[in-house]
Design a protein around this ligand. Structure first.
Ligand code: SF4
Length: 651
């Protein structure tokens, strides 16, 4: 990251006061986006575009679920042509939803679709290029002649869009950058931004401005950095403030997909970025819509929140990940993974069986604890004491007065308020959790923290703009050179499990993506099971790549190009490989974006033809056209060959 970028951190209106970035209004059919319009929700059909009836029915289901724009893939001229049939049928039935054609590789399909639908999406990484995955050195003149070639190929589409009043999304994908961009910038956020700007410059030269931009990646950290950098570059280079389409690609399914999407999309929404959302889940498209709506709805009344003091010096680089420097206290901070603290303070009674939900299984015949990969590190018990032997890796935290009665035991620590701490109550010689809000960060408190090597701060917030308020705490600590480890604490009540996942992944994930936080504490009252809450904490850490506790699946949401049943195959692969902690497996419905879009997966399972799968090791093809009935076994054989296989434990 060059020093010029480091100086310019103004990627949003304000880091402390919520307001949406003011963007240009773009006309898309009769439903404009950007400007003062609400955050729009969209999704994509999964049915073959040549199936007119199926596409129309699925589109209607999506509209009924709340989808405001519907994207449909157009891999070739014939599908582009069929968009007319789909559109006619929808209009005939009274549906005016704007349609978007999704284009990869095929300018001729784009040029036809732009005459039919309200918006086209092009991928600048493959609109004029076939990806070769080659390392090519470009001289300045060779680079320029590539740009000239793109201009020649792309200009006709821009002219058609102008003529027909069709909008366009220039949608960069982290995994499918052109060889030209890769050679100069690598697969970095800056490369993603430049990839879009190459196309945007052509549009602006042709005085065409009905443009929306996106910077998607399956890695939420890369995605967040790329969007921020894009905004900053647009301002810096004097481009118009084009609206942003937010999305995390290949987020997967279930809670993983929801949490990963929230970390990426939610973090940007918190700072007022984003004009439309597409949540990519390996599920039916209508299932994506409520998730996107729930994410967007949180900002409808965000303005007017409790004020947060301004930041005069921002010490965090929003374009590059670096973990905040802290000292180590027991197993918190420094190079330790972020710790998970579970909340059992409101339990009626705590028994060994209560710990099952937190990843600790007590075996009576063996008289020992089995510890799962997602076993929490600490339990906050408030004033409830336990009268049994606890697992050796677990710590217990009590309210201060109860701790005084328990302190002779191993691995028990006090929870102390800032007031009690400043008063000088008795503390543990090893670890003390001090609870504080932003207003508690007085000069004498920070000074005391700096002198104390036993403290871990547990931060909380009551502000409606809570992520920003907690980020303000970190800013203060960094600016005051206070290296105390920090647990991010958030409290929720009366939410569904899904709401809890989406909200906590945004609130806590939004800090972790910037390297802030040495632990997570979710207090959830009436939000679902203890197991779900505990796993949510681990899933947020996994999504932010700060602590890996399971296998990661990068599976595409499927579309009209998909060559096999993605949902079924993903669950089959998951059932065979979910014990391979830390491994990343990409599952892609087609070869078009396949190896590119799964970017940093260790292995790839990609549809290459009807009933045929191609297997990848990293970005290299290792087996082509394997019959799908044998493909999962072959994938496992490959993992085994590489020494990455483990036999599943039988319980
Ligand atoms: S990778 Fe999946 S979502 Fe992307 S184009 Fe292929 S089938 Fe469609």
């Amino acid at each position: 990251m060059n020093s010029q970028i480091l100086q310019l951190r103004n990627y949003c209106n304000s880091l402390v006061k919520y307001s949406r970035r003011k963007t240009r209004e773009v006309k898309i059919g009769d439903l404009p986006m950007g400007g003062d319009n609400p955050i729009r929700i969209q999704s994509m059909t999964t049915i073959d575009t040549m199936d007119t009836k199926g596409s129309v029915e699925q589109t209607i289901r999506m509209i009924n679920a709340g989808c405001e724009y519907v994207r449909i893939t157009a891999p070739s001229i014939k599908e582009a042509q069929n968009l007319q049939e789909i559109k006619n049928e929808l209009r005939k039935q009274g549906y005016t939803v704007p349609l978007i054609a999704d284009i990869h590789f095929t300018p001729n399909a784009a040029e036809l679709a732009a005459r039919i639908v309200e918006k086209v999406r092009v991928n600048p990484g493959n609109y004029a290029d076939k990806k070769k995955f080659e390392e090519i050195e470009y001289t300045d003149s060779a680079y320029q002649s590539e740009l000239d070639r793109i201009r020649e190929k792309f200009t006709p589409l821009v002219k058609i869009c102008k003529e027909y009043g069709t909008a366009m999304r220039i949608g960069t994908n982290h995994g499918s950058l052109s060889d030209r961009i890769m050679s100069r910038y690598g697969d970095t956020p800056l490369g993603m931004v430049e990839s879009a700007l190459e196309f945007l410059r052509i549009c602006e030269d042709l005085n065409y401005h009905e443009i929306v931009l996106s910077m998607k990646s399956s890695n939420p950290l890369v995605m967040v950095q790329a969007y921020r950098l894009l905004v900053q570059k647009l301002d810096e280079e004097g481009f118009q403030p084009y609206p942003l389409h937010l999305g995390v690609t290949e987020a997967g399914d279930g809670e993983d997909g929801r949490i990963k999407s929230s970390v990426g999309i939610g973090t940007l929404l918190e700072d007022g970025l984003g004009d439309t959302i597409r949540v990519s889940l390996t599920e039916e498209p209508e299932a994506e819509v409520p998730v996107a709506k729930a994410l967007a709805d949180r900002y409808a009344h965000r303005e007017g929140h409790e004020p947060i003091p301004e930041i005069t010096q921002y010490p965090i680089n929003p374009f590059d990940y670096a973990r905040r420097a802290t000292h180590e206290v027991v197993n918190f901070g420094a190079h330790q993974v972020p710790r998970v603290v579970a909340d059992f303070s409101s339990k009626e009674k705590v028994t060994p069986a209560s710990f099952f939900a937190l990843g600790y299984h007590y075996s009576v015949p063996l008289d020992k604890w089995n510890i799962a990969d997602m076993a929490c590190d600490y339990i906050f018990l408030g004033d409830k004491t336990v009268d049994f032997e606890i697992p050796g890796t677990l710590g217990l935290i009590y309210n201060h007065k109860t701790w005084l009665t328990q302190k002779a035991k191993d691995r028990v620590y006090p929870f102390i308020t800032q007031k009690e701490y400043l008063k000088g109550v008795e503390t543990s010689s090893r670890l003390n959790l001090i609870y504080a809000l932003l207003k508690d960060l007085t000069p004498d408190f920070i000074e005391k923290l700096k002198q104390d090597s036993t403290v871990v701060l547990l931060i909380d917030t009551y502000n409606n703009h809570g992520m920003a308020e907690q980020r303000r705490i970190f800013v203060e600590l960094i600016n005051q050179d206070c290296k105390v480890p920090v647990i991010i604490g958030r409290a929720y009540r009366d939410l569904t499990a899904e709401q809890l996942q989406l909200q906590s992944a945004t609130d806590i994930g939004g800090l972790l993506v910037d390297g802030l936080g040495d632990g997570v504490f979710i207090a959830a009252e009436n939000c679902g099971s203890d197991k779900m809450v505990n796993e949510t904490a681990f899933n947020i850490l996994q999504a932010t790549r700060t602590r890996i506790s399971k296998t990661e699946y990068i599976s595409c949401p499927s579309c009209g190009r998909t060559l096999f049943d993605l949902q079924e195959t993903t669950s089959l692969i998951r059932s065979r490989t979910s014990h391979l902690k830390g491994l990343k497996i990409g599952i892609m419905g087609c070869i078009v974006n396949g190896p590119g879009e799964m970017a940093d997966a260790d292995y790839g399972y990609v549809g290459s033809g009807p009933g045929r799968i191609t297997l990848y090791r990293g970005r290299d093809v290792v087996k082509r056209n394997v019959p799908s009935a044998k493909a999962v076994d072959e994938l496992i054989g490959l993992i085994r060959e590489d020494g990455n296989w483990l036999e599943q434990e039988t319980k």
